[in-house]
Design a protein around this ligand. Sequence first.
Ligand SMILES: [Zn+2]
Length: 180
Amino acid sequence: MKHYGFVEKDVEPAAVFAHLKQFMVENGFQVNNESSRSNFWELHASKKNAIRVALGAVRDADAVVAGTRGKFEVQFKLGVWGKDLAIPVVEGVATLGAASAIDLHEEHLLEDKMWRSLVHSIDPKLQICGQCGVIFQSPADLQAHQKVEAQQLQSQMGMANPMMMGMLGMGMMGMGMMWI
Ligand SMILES: [Zn+2]
């Protein structure tokens, strides 16, 4: 899910909402439900095709824009089976199986693409992290963030290692017992 509050941008939130909607239609989504009241726009869309429906997979998209010119927030999410796409691909493989993980990955890329397009339509100078979609005002801020992110990823992988070693160890023990 992407969520960001824009300030001091000379853009109408209604125009941002229209942009999001257009992007969804261009990417094969059907708008199922759309509502707007004062300073609040919301839509739900879904993407269906024969193969996906046969597999029971329906892709959903939700978008909310709230606020006024110069100060508004945008929330945007693409989902597979209603799952949040923030799920890392590796975790997706473990819990959903490889085919679903590929779906998740595809949707994640599409979500990123749409988010990037939207953010840059509001302000082309904004910097977007390719990993998590968080927005930064300057390239220096983005670089500092990416450094922290890379370190976090390394420590996560470090934590996964003892488990892997444990599993390997057990497998070798089992083989050892067979040899005896
Ligand atoms: Zn990031």
